[in-house]
Design a protein around this ligand. Structure first.
Ligand code: ZN
Length: 279
């Protein structure tokens, strides 16, 4: 009969994760923060087609990108396998095409989240992990499923951030109006148990008083963001770089053509753009 010592499991040694690309380690390389709005049958200026979104997932995966949240990126806490490069998926405006639940309670396989889940079934090392910048009045177009969606996102380790309440031009607002937009959106998101640490600036436009992004008081309570996202149009420096400005993080739009996602992935492939690569 085996003794307890013989049957005890061997001391846990973390199995080395396989290297996911041949790119050499580069912790000073750029980070791709990509930006999606709507996922639709036909491509349009602010709409990514279903087919192209599928192709984005596939190309990013095959090039050794793995998803991290914006917070993991700004904290340099990305937990990547060796050889992997981070990609931050950001979703603005909480449109229903991003995340739709069907009448039977299942996730629409043609919505952004559904497409990604399907992809992740085949590629479990590319799970649904993203940062959603929501508009409380829109709430993914399905008020009755909103709580469930927030619950699922939390369960999957996604992040939810502010995109304000009214999606107005912050530069044209008074300080008081800006504070209200920020505070109410933060309270709304935190009411669902998320920590709201970042903001996607509507139209990429910051308020006149940029200090309000960092810190302010509203109705006797302290608020602030640790990061703010612009709209365009290039890769971002790593958060450890001197060039990193957390309140002006550039993003790459999920569009075709100049400065779009494939434009930048081509440059990564050709070596013209050096991306962050986990040692
Ligand atoms: Zn927006």
């Amino acid at each position: 009969m085996a003794t307890a010592a013989e049957t005890a499991p061997a001391p846990a040694e973390k199995p080395a994760k396989p290297r996911v690309s041949e790119r050499p380690a580069n912790t000073e390389g750029q980070v791709l923060v990509v930006e999606y709005h709507r996922i639709t049958p036909q491509e349009a200026r602010w709409d990514r087609s279903i087919e192209r979104f599928k192709a984005d997932l596939k190309r990013l995966y095959e090039m050794g990108f793995r998803p991290v949240t914006l917070r993991q990126y700004i904290d340099n806490d990305m937990d990547l396998p060796p050889g992997a490069s981070p990609v931050v998926f950001t979703w603005d405006d909480s449109d229903v095409t991003q995340f739709r639940i069907l009448d039977d309670g299942t996730i629409d396989p043609n919505s952004g989240v559904g497409i990604w889940q399907e992809f992740a079934k085949e590629h479990p090392d590319f799970p649904v992990r993203a940062s959603f910048y929501i508009l409380p009045p829109t709430r993914w177009g399905q008020a009755k499923w909103f709580d469930r969606k927030m619950e699922l996102l939390k369960e999957w380790g996604c992040e939810v951030g502010s995109h304000t309440i009214s999606h107005g031009n912050l530069k044209k607002m008074t300080d008081e109006q800006v504070k209200k937009e920020f505070a109410e959106s933060i309270d709304f998101i935190e009411g669902y148990g998320f920590e709201c640490t970042s903001l996607a600036l509507p139209f990429g436009i910051a308020p006149q008083n940029a200090q309000l992004l960092r810190e302010f008081e509203y109705n006797g309570k302290k608020y602030g963001f640790r990061a703010a996202l612009l709209v365009g149009a290039n890769p971002a420096p790593p958060s450890t770089s001197d060039k990193f400005d957390p309140y002006r993080i550039p993003r790459i739009q999920a569009i075709e053509g100049l400065n779009g996602i494939n434009f930048w992935l081509d440059k990564v492939e050709s070596g013209e753009v050096q991306v962050y690569v986990e040692p």
